[in-house]
Design a protein around this ligand. Structure first.
Ligand code: GRF
Length: 198
């Protein structure tokens, strides 16, 4: 059984897609065993609760710095024997220690076609605004491994969607989100098989 830990900050629709894919068996022999949020009111925590998955709010304000916070994250992941970590709309940067501890086992999804429109401060509506402003004809989403640099690690899977002249950041985000919910589970399934985690 591959044990997955998910880090979230908000709505959690990708978390939901991952939980559903584990429960349906689309991602075989796998289970989300813990969900951790840096925001207390993240709806993602409610989603975890509904599936009887421990949902933990870990308050960054209670830690001296990013290093200590990430150290606590490592402890929780180890406590739950997590083997694969999925960032699903998690907006905090992880420490280098955290990344080294789980190197090659941390995945993220980004709502654009990396390496374009990635990096620090490129998240949420900022990404879609930048894509529309630059006149791109297509955008999409990318699942990649996480390394020390924002949105930089090896790409696992991408899906393109068209950008229409009439698009607003919201309509484009919605079109991309529908694809995110498909490729994140696909990519997780692939990584679990490649790493033989089950
Ligand atoms: C998604 O667009 C994802 O690509 C980005 O943050 C958003 C999270 O949405 N990293 P949700 O919380 O999964 O609904």
């Amino acid at each position: 059984m591959a044990k997955i830990g998910v880090l979230v900050s908000g709505r959690g629709s990708n978390l939901q897609a991952i939980i559903d894919s584990c429960e349906s068996g689309y991602i075989p022999n796998s289970k989300v065993v813990v969900v951790i949020s840096n925001r207390e009111n993240a709806y993602a925590l409610e989603r975890a609760k509904k599936h009887n998955i421990p949902g933990i709010f870990l308050n960054p304000k209670e830690y001296k710095n990013l290093e200590d916070y990430s150290q606590k994250l490592i402890c929780i992941m180890e406590q739950y024997n997590v083997e694969l970590i999925c960032l699903a709309g998690f907006l905090l940067k992880l420490s280098e220690n955290f990344i080294h501890r789980f190197k090659g086992k941390i995945l993220n999804i980004h709502p654009a076609l990396l390496p374009k429109f990635g990096g620090k401060n490129m998240y949420g509506h900022y990404v879609h605004e930048a894509v529309i402003k630059s006149g791109e004809k297509e955008s999409g989403c990318t699942v990649h491994f996480v390394d020390e640099i924002y949105d930089h690690g090896e790409i696992i899977m991408q899906k393109k969607v068209p950008v229409f002249k009439t698009d607003t950041p919201e309509t484009l985000a919605e079109r991309i989100l529908q694809q995110e919910h498909k490729i994140y589970p696909q990519a997780i399934k692939k990584v679990i098989e490649d790493l033989r985690l089950f």
